[in-house]
Design a protein around this ligand. Structure first.
Ligand code: HEC
Ligand code: HEC
Length: 219
C-alpha cells in the first residue's frame, strides 16, 4: 500500500513539474511574439505577417508603456482601425486587444519589441556565401535551381554535392562536354531539346573554385 502511495505522489509531482514548466515559466520574447499570434499580423525583424504594421522600427518612436498599452487596449491609440490593402482590396483592420495576457508577460513582450531595431536582429540576417552570389552573378541560376530558386533548363543542383566530387564539378563548369558529350534531353515548353551546358572558360581559377566548393557543400 505504501508503495502505491509513493508512486502516486511521485507521478503527481512529475506531472506538476512538467506542466508548470509549460504554464508558468515565462517564455522568451520571440516565443511570446509567436504564442500570442502577434507574428501572424506583424513583421518584426525578418519574419512575420503584413496585416498589421511592420514593428521592426517601433522602438525608435514609441515608449515601452505605449507598446504595453497597445497590447491591452489598441482602441485607445487607434480609434477607427487602420486601412490595409489585402489582395488588392482595402479593409479597415483593428488589432484585437489581448486583455487576458498576464501583466508580467505583457511587460516581457513589450520589452522585447522595444529592442527593435536592434543590432542583434540585423546581424541575424546572414549574408549569402560568396559561391552563392557568384552562382547568381555568372547566371548559372538562369538554368539551375537550388532550393526551389532558379531556372529549369539544367538539372536541379540542390543536392549535387552528395554525388559529385569537387574536381568533377570544376570540370563540368569549364568543359561540360567531358561529362555530357551530346547534351541532356530537356523539355522546354513541350518540346524536347538536347541541351548542352555552355562552357565557362573565361572564369578565373579562384572564382571557379569558390562556386565549385559552394556546390560541393550542397548535400
Ligand atoms: C489580427 C491582426 C493583429 C494581431 C494578431 C496583432 N496585431 Fe498589433 N496591430 C494590428 C493592426 C491592424 C494595427 C494597426 C492599429 C489598429 O488599427 O488597431 C496594429 C498595431 C500594433 C502596434 C502599433 C504599431 C504602430 O506602428 O503604431 C503594436 C506595437 C502592436 N500592434 C503590437 C502587437 C502585439 C505585441 C501583438 C501580439 C500580442 C499584436 N500586435 C497582435 C493587427 C494585429
Ligand atoms: C544555358 C543553361 C545553363 C547554364 C547557364 C549553366 N548550366 Fe549547368 N547544366 C546545364 C545543363 C543542360 C546540364 C546537364 C548536362 C549537360 O548537358 O551539360 C548542366 C549540368 C550541370 C552540372 C551537373 C549536374 C548533375 O547533377 O549532373 C553542374 C554541377 C552544373 N551544371 C553547374 C553549373 C554552374 C556552376 C553554372 C554557372 C557557372 C552553370 N551550370 C550554368 C545548363 C546550364
Amino acid at each position: 500500500m505504501k508503495k502505491y502511495i509513493f508512486i502516486a505522489v511521485f507521478c503527481f509531482a512529475a506531472v506538476f513539474i512538467i506542466s508548470s514548466n509549460f504554464a508558468f515559466a515565462t517564455a522568451s520574447g520571440p516565443k511570446l511574439f509567436k504564442k500570442y499570434y502577434c507574428i501572424d499580423c506583424h513583421t518584426l525583424g525578418h519574419e512575420g505577417g503584413t496585416v498589421g504594421p511592420d514593428l521592426s522600427y517601433i522602438g525608435k518612436t514609441k515608449s515601452l508603456s505605449w507598446i504595453k498599452a497597445q497590447i491591452f487596449h489598441p482602441s485607445s491609440h487607434f480609434i477607427i482601425g487602420t486601412k490595409t490593402e489585402i489582395n488588392g482590396k482595402v479593409y479597415l483592420i483593428r488589432m484585437p486587444g489581448f486583455k487576458t495576457i498576464p501583466n508580467s508577460v505583457a511587460n516581457k513582450l513589450a520589452e522585447y519589441i522595444k529592442t527593435f531595431p536592434s543590432i542583434r536582429a540585423n546581424l541575424s540576417y546572414k549574408r549569402p556565401p560568396k559561391g552563392m552570389r557568384l552562382f547568381e552573378k555568372d547566371n548559372c541560376i538562369a538554368c539551375h535551381r537550388i532550393d526551389g530558386v532558379g531556372g529549369k533548363v539544367g538539372p536541379n543542383l540542390s543536392h549535387v554535392g552528395k554525388t559529385k566530387s569537387l574536381s568533377w564539378i570544376e570540370a563540368q563548369i569549364v568543359d561540360p562536354k567531358v561529362h555530357f558529350r551530346y547534351g541532356v534531353p530537356t523539355t522546354v515548353n513541350g518540346h524536347t531539346y538536347l541541351v548542352i551546358m555552355p562552357e565557362f572558360k573565361h572564369i578565373s581559377a579562384s572564382q571557379l573554385n569558390t562556386i565549385a566548393r559552394y556546390l560541393k557543400s550542397l548535400k
